[in-house]
Design a protein around this ligand. Structure first.
Ligand SMILES: [Zn+2]
Ligand SMILES: [Zn+2]
Length: 227
């Protein structure tokens, strides 16, 4: 990017000059291990939803790389508001081989799937310039050989969650916030939703519901960070 030619990179979390993630901040990033069931929060292999928890979510499993804590919120916010491709590259470079390995194990079990990034509200994407979930989605797709699809879009009527302060309203607002694009062939398919961060899983569950209602067989979630 143009600005990178003129400004030396500095740590998105602490500001130290030299790189977008300094060694000290990198050492504080904690791998999300063991993976956990999205419903009960208890450990589960490769994040698969426990059989007893399956009725309470549309997600068949969620797999994540890092805990959303410490330096992670600042890093994700940093790449969100600054369009810096080398910062994104660094975020992917700090992922340890052991973490990538668990996704390969998952890949051996779930062979045939499509990757779908959680879409941003089109107006927010316009304001921000890009949807960073797509960066992670393309990375997962490239690394594991899953094809990248674009079946979902944000319902324009739904408001950005951050602008609603009432909890009940927020919950209501999440509902119907995604719609299936015309001619999306999801019947019988396995789809992996990708987001930069998952906190309660409510947003991802809502997207999974839309896909399941349209006939998707299985829906999983991958995320860079998990709260
Ligand atoms: Zn730092
Ligand atoms: Zn469970």
């Amino acid at each position: 990017m143009f600005s990178e030619l003129f400004y030396p990179s500095s740590c998105l979390s602490c500001g130290k000059l030299g790189s977008y993630i300094c060694l000290r901040c990198e050492s504080k990033m904690r791998e999300y291990n063991p993976d956990r069931c999205v419903v009960c929060g208890k450990a589960s292999l490769y994040g698969f939803t426990h059989p007893a928890c399956q009725g309470k979510t549309a997600l068949d499993g969620v797999l994540s790389i890092f805990h959303y804590e410490g330096v992670l919120p600042a890093l994700l916010k940093g790449i969100k508001y600054r369009l810096v491709t080398s910062a994104q590259r660094e975020m992917l470079q700090v992922v340890k081989p052991a973490e990538i390995e668990k996704f390969y194990h998952f890949r051996r079990i779930v062979r045939d799937a499509d990757i779908q990034a959680i879409p941003l509200h089109s107006q927010r994407q316009k304001a921000r310039g890009f949807n960073q979930s797509i960066v992670f989605a393309r990375w997962f797709s490239h690394l594991f050989g899953y094809s990248f699809v674009n079946f979902l879009e944000r319902n324009k009527a739904a408001m950005p969650q951050a602008s609603i302060h009432n909890r009940a309203l927020r919950r209501g607002n999440i509902k119907n916030s995604y719609i299936l694009k015309e001619n999306s062939l999801v019947i019988g398919k396995t789809i992996i939703l990708v987001d930069d961060v998952i906190t309660t899983g409510a947003t991802m569950n809502e997207a999974a519901l839309v896909l399941k209602r349209a006939g998707a067989k299985k829906v999983f979630g991958f995320s860079y960070a998990r709260g």
